[in-house]
Write a protein that binds this ligand. Structure first.
Ligand code: BES
Ligand code: MN
Ligand code: ZN
Length: 461
């Protein structure tokens, strides 16, 4: 799957080279012909660029690859798709932490979305560098690949049933229970907001509820926005805003991928994964602007705009999650355009009601090269969500601070004592970079995995 192999006889060595001194000392070790060749190819050891070195018979003796330093993860990620197919190894063997990062970059560079058309060429293979943590590389690559596939799949083939099905598949793979509440049962089980958002679609709304692990272990609960397509509902989006909305289940997809990695690692937590899966559609029975809906928690919500649907389905799921008083509650959502306006597509916004947790998560994000940026749960903006006839409005009248008001809305449904992180993500690579092709992306998955492993995991030696 990840094109990392244990046995690679005759593997061609790949040598990472730092620009400047690194390149010069490498050059000094070469014979005249090879040195002339490196010059002729214009290789300057720029990060990610590579040059082949020929052997006496005209074969491939070695590959030099530019290595910026500080970019261990992505340094080799472009190679699987650009080197000739075949087997390679890293020479000299990197130390274990670096070996793990490089192997993960390789594995992520071997991702392609092939559901609708095959790739024209295969990926190059890499022999596992000796010290690499293979289990970690494999479970992260698998979780990230799963999330990317779910996001990339068009809404026609990734409706609420299919998204909930992905949670069920994950449960089955881990021999663990998954409850599915769907259609009218959402009303009977008191998930009025999930039902209201999803009821206009020909495809029934659902809530998937997976549990896994030792009942006595600390509770980790993940809640992902699973809007399989967001037309905006009756407050319809313009074409330009609607175009990308197959990815509006990116929060759910990312947390499904994270849950997969947590279970693969057998981390000592009691995991719960809640995915409200809906399509925000237009129909005669659609919920309307200025409707008032009594939420699961009892808070009445006035619908200022049906396009602010993500916070509605999350509200019911978070209220349920909170009843168990989890040790850590994380939600992730493609929640607002405003978060993109503030931070752009590469930087998910983090909101957190717990200072130590926020600090740990930001440190984990930095260590993983999976960055997050914190925005405030600014309580004074709660007033922007006032409603004349209900406890709260789902949107602010103001054009300001849209990501913050959305987070402050969610906070109403989470208990003060619950350590809670809310991530507003884009879930998409706007451009292709090595290891990160344009398309669905599991932003923040690695950061969250590291946080969970550090918080709850067995002490590492
Ligand atoms: N899914 C969108 C937010 C979104 C848009 C995420 C584009 C990523 C890219 C969400 O449901 C939405 O429509 N939010 C509205 C809220 C507004 C109506 C208060 C928004 O951000 O415009
Ligand atoms: Mn919307
Ligand atoms: Zn949405």
């Amino acid at each position: 799957m990840s094109h990392l192999v244990t046995d690679a006889p005759g593997a061609v060595p790949i040598t990472p080279v730092m620009a400047g001194d690194g390149l010069e000392s490498r050059m000094a070790a070469l014979d005249d012909r090879a040195r002339a060749w490196v010059k002729a190819t214009g290789f300057t050891a720029e990060a990610g660029k590579w040059t082949p070195l020929p052997d006496a018979a005209g074969g491939l003796a070695r590959v030099l690859v530019g290595f910026g330093g500080g970019d261990e993860l992505w340094a080799l990620a472009g190679l699987p798709d650009s080197l000739p197919e075949g087997a390679y190894r890293i020479d000299p063997e990197p130390e274990p932490a670096l070996a793990t990062r490089m192997a993960l970059g390789w594995a992520l560079g071997c991702y392609a979305f092939t559901r609708y058309k095959p790739r024209k060429r295969g990926f190059a293979h890499l022999a596992w560098p000796r010290g690499a943590d293979r289990g970690l590389v494999e479970r992260l690559a698998r979780g990230i690949g799963l999330a990317r596939d779910l996001i990339n799949t068009p809404a026609e083939d990734m409706g609420p049933a299919e998204l909930a099905g992905a949670v069920e598949d994950l449960a089955a793979r881990n021999a663990t229970p998954c409850r599915l509440i769907s259609g009218e049962a959402l009303l009977a089980e008191n998930y009025p907001l999930i039902h209201a958002v999803g009821r206009a679609s020909a495809r029934l709304p659902a809530l998937a509820d997976l549990t896994w692990g030792d009942a006595g272990a600390p509770k980790l609960t993940l809640v992902g926005k699973g809007v399989c397509f967001d037309s905006g509902g009756l407050d319809l989006k313009p074409a330009s805003g609607m175009r990308m909305m197959k990815k509006d289940m990116g929060g759910a997809a990312t947390l499904i991928g994270l849950a997969s990695a947590v279970m693969d690692a057998n981390l000592p937590v009691r995991l719960r994964l809640l995915v409200p899966a809906v399509e925000n559609a237009v129909s005669a029975n659609a919920f309307r602007p200025l409707d008032v809906i009594r939420s699961r928690k009892g808070i009445t919500v006035e619908i200022g705009n049906t396009d602010a649907e993500g916070r509605l389905i999350l509200a019911d799921a978070l209220a349920e999650a909170d009843t168990e008083a989890p040790a850590l509650l994380v939600d992730m959502a493609t929640l607002t355009g405003a978060a993109r306006t503030a931070l752009g597509p590469e930087l998910p916004a983090l909101f957190c009601n717990d200072e130590p947790l926020a600090g740990e998560l930001l440190r984990a994000a930095e260590a993983e090269q999976d960055p997050l940026w914190r925005l405030p749960l600014w309580a004074p903006y709660r007033k922007l969500l006032k409603s004349g006839i209900a406890d709260i409005n789902n949107v602010s009248e103001s054009a300001f601070a849209g990501a913050i008001t959305a987070a402050v809305f969610l906070q109403e449904f989470v208990g003060k004592a619950t350590p809670w992180a809310h991530l507003d993500t884009y879930a998409w690579n706007a451009t292709s970079r090595p290891g990160r092709p344009e398309g669905g992306e599991a932003l923040a998955l690695r950061a969250l995995y590291r946080l969970v492993a550090e918080r709850f995991g067995p002490r590492r030696v």
